[in-house]
Design a binder for this molecule. Structure first.
Ligand SMILES: Nc1nc2c(ncn2[C@@H]2O[C@H](COP(=O)(O)OP(=O)(O)OP(=O)(O)O)[C@@H](O)[C@H]2O)c(=O)[nH]1
Ligand SMILES: [Mg+2]
Length: 465
């Protein structure tokens, strides 16, 4: 009789390549044997000798075990894989063993070491980690949509590094990073009375080109302040050398002042240069809107507690097989055309440990689909709390909210009114929202709900052109 005790998938680590190490995974079989030890011990000895590592890298070791008076022959199969790990990791193998393993040879031993679970490492999002994740993200996006996906303009036909709009997006980011101290109040984006103004507003902003290298912000501010109240001056500088790039943006409190500045200051002399002052070209938001309007592209984020049915909903919507669904440990993105729009659907894992990563997906979200398991009454309070936490997120402000009360087919499922009440949806005033009950398994109400979502986003975002 053969009983399988465990299988052990590969232990995965994110590693850099420095030193060769050997990693062992094992499949353990216990073979019950009622014959006397002497008779099969000999066979075991032969087996041990004959079981060298074979061509596939499989190695077998044989041992004995006794349980409830029954003796077992234990055959352990190893898959020997050579893997490069950092030196410190390799060095660990040489550490002296202690406790009950004192004196044992280095490396994993069958009797005491049991690698049972696949471990995926999630790095802290420091700057370097962020870059790693961004690259992974880009790759996953490209893989999923079979097209390249740009982080700046969200275009699907090029990488972020080759984005034709990259400079403009970066510029906007730089504008966002104006040092408040340096700008002494004006640059804070505050009016005299302390009210916040829209720092990205292009309306009152002039673009100044042919700027002499010598010109400092104070000097530029002085020149433009002669016309009217300047609330922000930004000289573009090279990130590495910090040298001026030859252009700047000046934002006035009123559009009238900006108009006068263009009329009066365009063509005037500053040092050896003739200044060019004109209306700023498209800023970040306007580029984005135009870009989106042209492509009719929407970014839809699918969130909710784990096991709610997010992945099932996405797969059903895309007409994919529902038999292969597993809990989502990272995210998945799919691009699909629906009613004349290109929907980028982001399905992000809902397990508690993953929820802190949700915020990494908020940027430029047009719609949020919040998936609820209608049968999971115990977790509806948690579900409500998580949803309301999202609704105060600045980066989700204005996003259309579609609540899907999923698993409607379950006999224990609460109806849509009860769920709406328990989630306190009526209190939501900051987002357009609608709740639908649905069943991801048979697709009931899925199309209606996503049609409502696209119509709602469409009427908000694409009416600009
Ligand atoms: N009865 C029923 N079961 C469903 C429905 N939708 C999803 N399920 C089941 O619910 C389980 C979880 O579905 P998933 O799609 O993996 O859930 P998820 O929200 O993506 O979960 P995470 O990825 O862990 O966040 C699966 O077993 C699905 O088959 C539904 O409408 N009815
Ligand atoms: Mg999932």
């Amino acid at each position: 009789m053969i009983r399988r005790l465990s299988t052990s998938p590969t232990l995965q680590q994110n590693i850099d390549h420095r030193q060769t190490n050997t990693k062992v995974t094992s499949t353990r079989k216990m073979i019950e044997n009622n014959q006397d030890v002497g008779s099969w011990a000999e066979a075991v000895e032969k087996e041990t000798l004959s079981h060298e590592t074979n061509e596939d890298g499989i190695k077998e070791e044989v041992g004995f075990a006794e349980e409830n008076g029954i003796r077992y022959k234990v055959v352990t199969q190893f898959k020997v894989i050579k893997k490069k790990v950092p030196r410190v990791v390799a060095d660990r193998k040489k550490w002296k063993k202690f406790g009950m393993c004192t004196g044992e040879p280095p490396g994993p031993q069958v009797a005491t070491t049991y690698v049972a679970e696949e471990v995926e490492m999630q790095f802290t999002r420091n700057r370097a980690g962020e870059q790693i994740l961004d690259v992974q993200e880009d790759k996953q996006v490209a893989k999923a949509s079979n097209r390249e996906h740009c982080r700046h303009c969200k275009g699907n036909d090029h990488w972020s590094t080759h984005c034709p709009y990259k400079q403009m997006y970066q510029l906007d980011e730089e504008v966002e990073q104006v040092d408040p101290e340096k700008d002494r109040g004006a640059g804070l984006g505050l009016r005299g009375d302390g009210r916040q103004i829209d720092r990205r507003s292009d309306e009152n902003t002039c673009r100044v080109t042919n700027l002499p290298q010598e010109m400092e912000e104070n000097e530029l501010r002085d020149i433009f302040s002669r016309i009217g109240r300047v609330i922000r001056v930004f000289i573009a500088r090279d990130k590495v050398t910090n040298l001026p790039k030859g252009f700047a943006f000046v934002t006035y409190e009123s559009r009238e002042d900006a108009t006068r500045a263009i009329a009066k200051l365009n063509g005037t002399r500053a040092y050896h240069m003739i200044l060019k002052v004109e209306w700023t070209q498209m800023g970040f938001l306007s580029i984005l809107r135009k870009q989106k309007a042209r492509e009719k592209e929407m970014r839809v984020l699918i969130l909710g507690l784990d096991n709610g049915g997010k992945t099932t909903i996405m797969k059903k919507f895309l007409g994919e097989d529902l038999n292969q669904i597993e809990p989502t440990l990272g995210f998945d993105i799919k691009t699909v055309e629906f009613k004349g729009y290109v929907l980028n659907l982001w399905d992000v894992g809902g397990q508690k440990s993953l929820r802190s990563y949700w915020r990494n997906y908020f940027e430029q979200t047009d719609a949020l689909i919040w998936v609820v398991d209608s049968g999971d009454k115990e977790r509806l309070m948690q579900c409500k709390e998580e949803l309301h936490k999202l609704l105060v997120e600045e980066r989700l402000a204005g996003a259309t909210l579609l609540v899907l009360a999923n698993k409607h087919d379950l006999p224990s499922a609460l109806d849509v009114h009860a769920i709406s009440k328990l989630l306190d949806l009526d209190s939501i005033k900051t987002h357009h929202w609608r709740i639908f009950s649905c069943c991801a398994i048979n697709g009931e109400h899925l199309l209606d709900s996503i049609e409502w979502l696209t119509d709602d986003v469409g009427s908000r975002v694409f009416t600009l052109e």
